[in-house]
Design a protein around this ligand. Structure first.
Ligand SMILES: *[C@@H]1O[C@H](CO)[C@@H](O)[C@H](O)[C@H]1NC(C)=O
Ligand SMILES: *[C@@H]1O[C@H](CO)[C@@H](O)[C@H](O)[C@H]1NC(C)=O
Ligand SMILES: *[C@@H]1O[C@H](CO)[C@@H](O)[C@H](O)[C@H]1NC(C)=O
Ligand SMILES: *[C@@H]1O[C@H](CO)[C@@H](O)[C@H](O)[C@H]1NC(C)=O
Length: 332
């Protein structure tokens, strides 16, 4: 039996200025916890939804049987399934013993001295999806500088800084570069459920590149080094993202110098995500698709039994005239 402990809606927006996707079944949080008012208290609590403050549902645990069908339903503001916009919708989930809602609407700290027992991973006061080390690694490693950043001035080349997040703002322990790019080149705890796209010729790429089926490699450093880096946000000695650079990368903890290791993170070992055509929706309309149905995807709950899971929706949209696959840092 699966418990979806926290249900989220995540929006990724590239070319236009505000994203809007609202998950309605199961109820997407939009970063809410248990607020009494209509507006969420903290838009930075767990992830970057880029949604309006009044969207989202309060917490409430739900249980699902493996093998049963869950009809995931949502509305999205900008068009999908037509030529006005490039649109990809990515549905993922993550489970684990540390995943939780938390009991306060404050964002989980990065400085361990602000957490019980100097350990934010186990301070259940705060909601958490990705964990502490995942975030500190993200903040301590280089971003991919080949990516299009338009006119944004990215001062420090950390993976926490992207075109969408050039000043490195933090929401929970979400890694901004991971949020903005898919498939992502670094290991991620998120498992892919489905990709719905306007361009199904992209499906072979999505199903073969998914971390469900494909290993990732990364530059591994010790957790004591990451713990040390957590207390100050430094742009010095950022962890590389290529094998060659990783194999000569050294770091110091105390007075001891260590070598980093280029390490494999095995694929999740589950089936590739399903990939198919987006339903049609019209511009500027948080409503139904053709035929009066909500935008929906029927998910068969996998036999991946956990007490705590989170469902995530990502909405990647750019105007239809943006050449999404051929725009790089050369066009900044
Ligand atoms: C969104 O689309 C861009 C291309 O426009 C792509 O580079 C990026 O990886 C995509 N991100 C997600 C989260 O789908
Ligand atoms: C680190 O790498 C250097 C160069 O390859 C090697 O000489 C040294 O012994 C390594 N140090 C450790 C602690 O493994
Ligand atoms: C999901 O299942 C319901 C009930 O069988 C059906 O009406 C709906 O069209 C399905 N959705 C999709 C996207 O296939
Ligand atoms: C743009 O990218 C697509 C997908 O990678 C590729 O098939 C196409 O040839 C590219 N077009 C140009 C003009 O580079």
């Amino acid at each position: 039996m699966n418990q979806v402990n926290k249900l989220i809606v995540l929006a990724v927006l590239l070319q236009v200025c505000f994203a809007d996707i609202y998950m309605h079944n199961p109820r997407g949080s939009n970063n809410r916890l248990n607020e009494r008012g209509r507006g969420r208290n903290n838009a930075n609590r767990m992830f970057d939804s880029q949604n309006n403050n009044r969207g989202g549902y309060n917490v409430g645990n739900l249980f699902y049987y493996a093998g049963s069908k869950l009809r995931i339903e949502w509305t999205n503001q900008h068009s999908c399934g037509n030529q006005n916009a490039n649109c990809d919708i990515i549905i993922q989930y993550m489970c684990g013993p540390l995943v939780r809602d938390g009991t306060v609407t404050t964002t989980i700290p990065t400085n361990p001295t602000q957490c019980n027992n100097l350990n934010c991973n186990t301070d259940y006061t705060f909601g958490m999806h990705e964990d502490f080390y995942s975030y500190i690694h993200c903040r301590s490693r280089l971003r991919d500088t080949r990516l299009f950043t338009a006119d944004r001035n990215i001062r420090i080349n950390q993976a926490t800084r992207t075109r969408q997040n050039s000043n490195g703002n933090r929401r929970g322990y979400e890694c901004p570069e991971e949020k903005d790019y898919y498939p992502y080149w670094h290991p991620t705890p998120w498992k892919d459920i489905a990709v719905l796209t306007n361009d199904v010729s992209r499906c072979p790429m999505y199903t073969t590149e998914s971390h469900n089926v494909k290993d990732r490699w990364y530059c591994d450093v010790s957790s004591s080094y990451l713990y040390m880096r957590s207390t100050s946000n430094s742009g010095n000695n950022l962890i590389p993202i290529t094998k060659e650079a990783c194999e000569t990368f050294t770091y110091t903890v105390g007075n001891v110098q260590y070598n980093a290791t280029w390490r494999r993170s095995p694929a999740h070992g589950i089936a590739a995500p399903s990939c198919g055509r987006n339903m049609w929706s019209r511009d500027n309309h948080l409503g139904n698709t053709v035929g009066g149905q909500t935008f929906n995807y029927n998910w068969t709950i996998p036999n991946d039994v956990n007490e705590k899971c989170v469902l995530r929706m990502r909405y990647n949209i750019s105007t239809g005239d943006y050449d999404r696959d051929n725009t790089t840092s050369a066009h900044n």
